[in-house]
Write a protein that binds this ligand. Structure first.
Ligand code: MN
Length: 732
């Protein structure tokens, strides 16, 4: 037994009850483990954190114990469990790396040290820092993946106890979890942890929707509880008759994935078919197929829904048979797998340690290949691009296709033959002239499907075109194409880049004179690591950086300078301008929610440049209002349904803006208004004029504009028309 005591028997009892859980869990998969070492680690950690309390009032050591228990659920090795017990010692107490190394050995100390470095990283930080931080994290992962596993378990326990934190902190942690830790867990195949992390984050990020979904689910489960129980029983009996040993459980779809379906596909909960699933866990592969046959006998299978991930595992090694069947008119999914497949499905890369798939080789694991590729291919990408690519890599679903020789190539879903060619080798991509899919000629932008046999046709004289950059899905292909342009077409790149850059500059209203003031251009070149302006043009030309981004950096720099000079604009406002997320089609980004449905409120008709906010409507996505809209009231703000929204820097979209003109009625007034619009090449969506009282009239019109600047100059010109007294923005 360890010796540590808090001096209060009640607290000790609770503590030791949890410690016993840890010991018993460990013993279950590692009966011979060195309990003295574990006890020593417990005593050391508890002593080191002595006097420190968690926010809920319990002794600090409860947290490392819970983290270690989560690790033991995944059957991790003893060094990793001990490191989990010690994971906050370097960060929060006076003990050092050496203190841990001398007591528990260098491997444990290295793990704790790695976790400490990750703990110090704030992923929701400025772009450059964020990239450096993420790079560090990827390096740590490539070195010893257990560091990340401990960190993910640490985050899971912190999220489970998040209610003790203040509101702002809760949101920040939840956002970070949603953006970094859950996708990482997903990428490492740790489905069980990923699911819980997402649901816990969602509860903080959108409490209203979370509450609605859980309430709705309670009703539906109430309806179907008997049904599910009956189905499980039926399958169990049938399987037993055949002499197969199986464990059967039912499960409800994860809240976050229901949320995504409701918002991104705009579905009502009763339209989601796979709310319920039955999972059958058997002893070996033959049993899997036998059980599949029995289930298809018992219920009516839905055509086209059967998936065999046993013969073709997913890249994260997920294996299972999936089928959707209908019983009593209710569709539900059945997942059939062996115990080992089950643990790999739930714990992913962490299951390595249990099944001892050559632990030393873990850095070569397929599930980590993307980390290496990303680190290699992103040497000279800029921060924003790197983060975008990392997010994309972490979130992907995949397709599997075959080479003519039968080798399997994994690519992100939505990949095209060009991605395939570059995945094989850059030389194959650079010489690609065409492609056949399953023996037939196909276009280069064909979307690859699972099982396609892809043959690349090539020509020595061929090279990529700039269009390819817009078509490809993988960052690997994009980078290789850029490399080709960078190498092969220097002069052409500089020429093309200069044109693009100057056009973009003009569009944004920045003059050359502004560029030379205070060395703005030089500053930006240095920040982007370009030695000269030619180099910047070259990079714009080959696609290393877009003209829009280069100009945005210049604008950011101008804003920064301006702030330094006047200190007038608040930091908040500047941060607002700097913050850029992945846009969706509407040109608006919503904090914490990707791909949600966006509507523009008709009451205030916001256009880019307006300060905006989003309102989470019941079941219909997010509607975007101007911050100064009369419908945005303090009372509603308190209801937690308002989310932060920003404009993406999208120069091409048009937005409808409404305005009202008070005028003196005179001949030709309407013609003058039309004249202003056509002079500015702005198209009109609606126009209405009515006489109000002696000699006055009111015109309402809606026009399609790019942004608030354009709208403002339109309003200015309208005001200059003889007879127009006043112009106000209005809904439409
Ligand atoms: Mn911790």
């Amino acid at each position: 037994m360890p010796e540590y005591t808090t001096g209060v028997k009640e607290i000790d009892d609770k503590l030791y009850a949890r410690y016993d859980v840890l010991v018993n869990n460990l013993r279950a998969y590692n009966p011979e483990f060195d309990i003295e070492r574990l006890n020593a680690a417990f005593d050391f950690a508890a002593g080191a954190h002595n006097k420190t309390l968690r926010k809920d009032g319990s002794p600090y050591i409860t947290h490392p114990i819970e983290v270690a228990i989560i690790m033991a659920d995944m059957s991790m090795d003893l060094d990793a469990i001990i490191a989990a017990l010690l994971h906050d010692v370097i960060e929060d107490t006076d003990y050092s790396f050496k203190d841990i190394a001398s007591r528990f050995g260098e491997p444990v100390a290295k793990l704790v040290d790695g976790v400490t470095k990750l703990t110090r990283i704030n992923f929701v930080s400025k772009e450059e820092e964020q990239m450096e931080n993420l790079r560090k994290m990827l390096m740590a992962m490539a070195k010893d993946i257990r560091v990340i596993i401990i960190k993910i378990c640490d985050r899971l326990h912190n999220m489970r106890t998040i209610e003790y934190h203040k509101d702002g902190k809760r949101r920040e942690k939840s956002l970070e979890t949603m953006q970094v830790y859950a996708p990482l867990a997903h990428r490492l195949g740790m489905a069980r942890l990923k699911t819980e992390l997402e649901d816990l984050s969602l509860r903080c990020l959108d409490p209203v929707a979370y509450g609605e979904i859980t309430a709705e689910l309670d009703v539906r489960i109430g309806d179907k509880a008997d049904f599910l129980e009956k189905v499980c029983k039926e399958i169990e009996n049938r399987v037993k008759e055949e002499g197969i040993n199986a464990q059967i459980e039912s499960r409800i779809k994860q809240i976050y994935s229901i949320y995504k379906k409701m918002f991104s596909q705009n579905k009502a909960i009763f339209e989601i078919y796979d709310l319920f699933a039955v999972r059958v866990i058997v002893e070996d592969k033959d049993d899997c197929f036998a059980v599949l046959g029995l289930i298809h006998d018992l219920y009516h299978p839905m055509p086209g829904r059967f998936k065999d991930y046993i013969s073709t595992p997913k890249p994260n090694r997920y294996q299972s048979l999936h089928t959707t069947i209908v019983g009593e008119g209710v569709p539900f999914e059945a997942q059939i797998r062996t115990r080992e497949m089950h643990e790999i499905a739930e714990y992913g890369i962490a299951a390595h340690w249990k099944y001892k798939e050559n632990v030393d080789d873990i850095t070569q694991d397929e599930r980590l290949k993307w980390v290496r590729i990303l680190l290699e291919s992103q040497q000279d990408a800029d921060a924003e691009e790197f983060i975008k690519n990392l997010r994309a890599e972490m979130f992907i679903d995949e397709v599997f296709v075959f080479t003519p020789k039968g080798d399997v190539i994994n690519l992100p879903a939505g990949s095209i033959p060009i991605d395939f060619a570059y995945a094989i080798h850059s030389a194959v991509g650079n010489r690609m002239s065409g492609v056949t899919i399953n023996g037939r000629i196909a276009p280069l932008d064909y979307q690859l499907k699972n099982g396609d046999i892809v043959e690349v046709l090539s020509q020595n004289s061929h090279g990529p075109t700039r269009d390819w950059l817009k078509m490809v899905k993988t960052s690997e292909a994009r980078n290789k194409i850029k490399q080709w342009f960078k190498r092969e077409k220097r002069e052409e790149n500089i020429h093309q880049g200069k044109q693009d850059f100057e056009a973009e500059l003009k569009r944004s209203g920045i003059t050359m004179a502004m560029l030379s003031q205070d060395d703005v251009l030089q500053q930006v070149l240095r920040k982007l690591s370009f030695a000269s302006v030619e180099e910047l043009y070259g990079a714009v030309g080959y696609g290393g950086i877009t003209a829009l981004r280069a100009v945005n950096r210049i604008r950011d720099e101008l804003i920064r300078m301006n702030r330094l000079q006047s200190e007038k604009s608040s930091v908040e406002r500047v941060m607002h301008n700097l913050k850029k997320h992945q846009p969706n089609d509407s040109g608006v980004v919503i904090e914490g929610l990707d791909n949600c449905l966006i509507k523009f409120a008709r009451c205030c008709a916001p256009v880019p440049g307006d300060e905006i906010t989003g309102f989470v409507t019941k079941g219909f996505g997010v509607s975007i209002h101007r911050c100064d809209c009369i419908n945005v009231t303090e009372k509603q703000r308190d209801e937690g349904r308002w989310v932060r929204a920003d404009w993406a820097n999208d120069k091409n979209s048009l937005y409808t803006a409404g305005m009202r003109l008070s005028c003196k009625d005179k001949d030709g007034l309407a013609m003058d208004v039309f004249g202003v619009l056509s002079g500015m090449k702005i198209s009109m969506q609606s126009f209405n004029a009515k006489t109000i009282e002696d000699g006055y009239c009111l015109i309402t019109l809606a026009a399609r504009v790019h942004d608030a600047d354009e709208l403002e100059s339109l309003i200015r010109k309208l005001k200059n028309i003889n007879g127009v007294l006043e112009v106000n923005r209005y809904g439409h």
